[in-house]
Design a protein around this ligand. Structure first.
Ligand SMILES: NC(=O)c1ccc[n+]([C@@H]2O[C@H](COP(=O)([O-])OP(=O)(O)OC[C@H]3O[C@@H](n4cnc5c(N)ncnc54)[C@H](OP(=O)(O)O)[C@@H]3O)[C@@H](O)[C@H]2O)c1
Length: 176
């Protein structure tokens, strides 16, 4: 992927970006003429992010996708390589995608969490889905993949199943 996108709550709770660690995968990207790490994009309408998070010390390219309100917090700051403003109070997705395209982002992985994923699913912007089935029983405290509750209008078509150890990787295509 050229870039990965994740919600502000995922970053606030995890503290770091999910960067590539495998030397083999990093070498493969470099061989393809890509940057060693995909651009790590945080989506935050509020722009309220703590500069003390380890994320800001990781050796990765960083971008912020935010609103006019959120961008005002980061004026003149150098913590992000890009600060994209799309919309006044809420993210305007067509405008957001135009910023990404203009910066050369053609392939984008949405890493979650559920709120971000749901807003993209609802506008039909997700074309493939990778689900990992893990043997962890978390009960009702588990964060939801799709918390908004509206039934997804897309149809999930199974493309591949890959068992690895105790986990199963499920790869779907979404047809709208
Ligand atoms: N198992 C997994 O693979 C996985 C992956 C990712 C996350 N998670 C878990 O999921 C949980 C977090 O998920 P979540 O659903 O609570 O939050 P989330 O989607 O990570 O983040 C929500 C925040 O992101 C921004 N945001 C998301 N969608 C937006 C939109 N359409 N427009 C504007 N801003 C938007 C807002 O930031 P502001 O508040 O700054 O405006 C919002 O409050 C965590 O527990 C995390 O560990 C699990």
């Amino acid at each position: 992927m050229d870039a990965v996108l994740f919600g502000a709550t995922t970053l606030r709770l995890g503290g770091t970006a999910m960067r590539l660690q495998s030397p083999h995968l990093i070498a493969e990207r470099e061989h393809q003429g890509r940057s060693p790490q995909p651009l790590q994009i945080v989506c935050s309408a509020s722009g309220e992010l703590d500069l003390n998070l380890p994320f800001f010390r990781q050796p990765i390219p960083r971008a912020l996708l935010t609103t006019e309100k959120g961008a005002s917090r980061w004026q003149g700051a150098t913590a992000f390589d890009h600060c994209w403003c799309a919309g006044g109070e809420a993210i305007d997705w067509p405008q957001a995608f135009a910023h990404l395209q203009a910066s050369g982002v053609q392939t984008l992985a949405v890493l979650g969490g559920g709120q971000l994923f749901a807003s993209l699913l609802e506008i039909g912007a997700i074309d493939e889905l990778w689900l990992t089935l893990c043997p962890l029983l978390l009960g009702s405290a588990a964060p939801s993949l799709y918390p908004e509750g509206n039934p997804c209008s897309g149809k999930l078509i199974l493309l591949n199943v890959l068992p690895v150890g105790n986990e199963v990787y499920l790869h779907y295509r979404l047809s709208y």
